[in-house]
Ligand binder design. Structure first.
Ligand SMILES: Cc1cc2nc3c(=O)[nH]c(=O)nc-3n(C[C@H](O)[C@H](O)[C@H](O)COP(=O)(O)O)c2cc1C
Length: 360
């Protein structure tokens, strides 16, 4: 089903950008897990619009309410419904786009698929849909941390043409990532990124970027070959986030330039398992986690809605000039960081529970 993700830890998201609200239903959460709104809200706060001058001016508090599946702070094993109200809506901003599809947005394709669409704010194609993923991901993360000590941290490594220096994936923390509003932990690079985004915003334009994510302490043995290999499921999860254009794991595309003798990750003995000296595999071999950090990158395009006038055609094919009003992100990567972390948590929690169902 197109709005449902996962096999055992199963999440269905609902809602449109300008409807009454958005959220998710989580089915398959292990009963007994301690969970409350306080576990979920911090990640929603990191995702919410209006959090800094680099994001859209739409101002939403995005307070989550747990409607079901939790009693006295513990999961009952029944569906957990999570709801967030939409408040700061200005559907009038989208009047021009009722007749003119935004170039490179989803207006035309949604119309072709459904024959109808939510004309204000992109409806289901809007990033507001990702609130449900982030809320559900916080529950998955809590389970993974308590059961295995899994830590998931994502950060911005590129904005437009600016790329940050390498950072230590074994030590990076969310606190370090959140020290800069662009969520890049390398401060001199972060400053340049902030300036680039501000310049793009002033020019009523937009910029793309890249996010790296590391998942530490993932036990060896997770992943479901052959079609639900760990990297295949991560790629599907990441590429389902709006505005994504690429996914690479481990050495990724750059690995093609190495010889096998340079690319292989030699095994070494660790305390209770084998580890690897290098991690070109990105923590996954044969679609199964090997116990090393899982490392991947996700590419995001420059968002489509820009204030500059654009020559295009209307839905009937007549020449038209689009002047997009409304409040839009000049670059999505700072806000996409918690979305990437949440989707990673959903994949790994589902893989962990699938492995447990084998008695392993
Ligand atoms: C956090 C986040 C915020 C976004 N904000 C905007 C925005 O303000 N304006 C816009 O045109 N697209 C924005 N997008 C991207 C659109 O939702 C997306 O480009 C659109 O649905 C078309 O889908 P596609 O780019 O995946 O093909 C955002 C995406 C994310 C992840």
């Amino acid at each position: 089903m197109s709005s449902t993700f996962g096999t055992v830890f199963k999440v269905t998201t609902f809602g449109e950008s300008h409807g009454k609200g958005v959220g998710a239903v989580v089915d398959g959460c292990p009963p007994g897990l301690t969970i409350s709104e306080k576990d979920i809200q911090p990640q929603l706060d990191r995702r919410r619009p209006g959090q800094s001058r680099l994001t859209t001016d739409r101002d939403e508090t995005d307070r989550v309410t747990i409607l079901s599946g939790v009693e006295s702070g513990r999961a009952l094993g029944t569906p957990i419904a999570l709801s967030v109200a939409n408040r700061d809506q200005k559907p009038g901003d989208y009047a021009a786009m009722r007749s003119i599809p935004r170039p490179s947005h989803a207006d035309y394709t949604y119309q072709m698929k459904y024959g109808i669409r939510a004309a204000s704010g992109g409806g289901r194609s809007s990033a507001r849909e990702t609130i449900g993923r982030v809320a559900a991901g916080a529950i998955a993360e809590k389970y993974l941390y308590e059961r295995y000590g899994v830590e998931i941290v994502a950060w911005v490594i590129a904005v437009g043409k600016i790329t940050a220096s390498e950072i230590d994936v074994n030590r990076i923390t969310r606190e370090a990532v959140d020290k800069t509003i662009v969520r890049c932990p390398c401060e001199p690079d972060a400053e340049q990124m902030v300036k680039a985004i501000k310049d793009a915003k002033e020019a009523q334009d937009s910029l793309g970027g890249i996010i790296t994510c590391v998942c530490r302490n993932v036990p060896a043995g997770l992943g479901e070959p052959v079609f639900d290999k760990m990297e295949a499921s991560l790629a599907q999860a990441m590429m389902s986030i709006p505005a994504t254009k690429g996914f690479e794991i481990g050495s990724g595309f750059a690995g093609t330039r190495l010889a096998g003798s340079q690319h292989n990750d030699p095994f070494v003995k660790r305390e209770d398992r084998l580890g690897t000296l290098t991690n070109n595999s990105g923590g996954v071999q044969g679609g199964i986690s090997n116990g090393e950090p899982i490392i991947f990158r996700v590419a995001f395009k420059p968002p489509a809605t820009i204030g500059q006038t654009q020559d295009t055609v209307d839905f009937d094919g007549n020449p038209a000039i689009l002047e997009a009003k409304g409040r839009h992100d000049p670059c999505v990567v700072p806000r996409a960081v918690p979305i990437v972390e949440s989707m990673a948590a959903l994949v790994i929690a589902d893989m962990a529970l699938r492995q447990r169902s084998r008695g392993r």
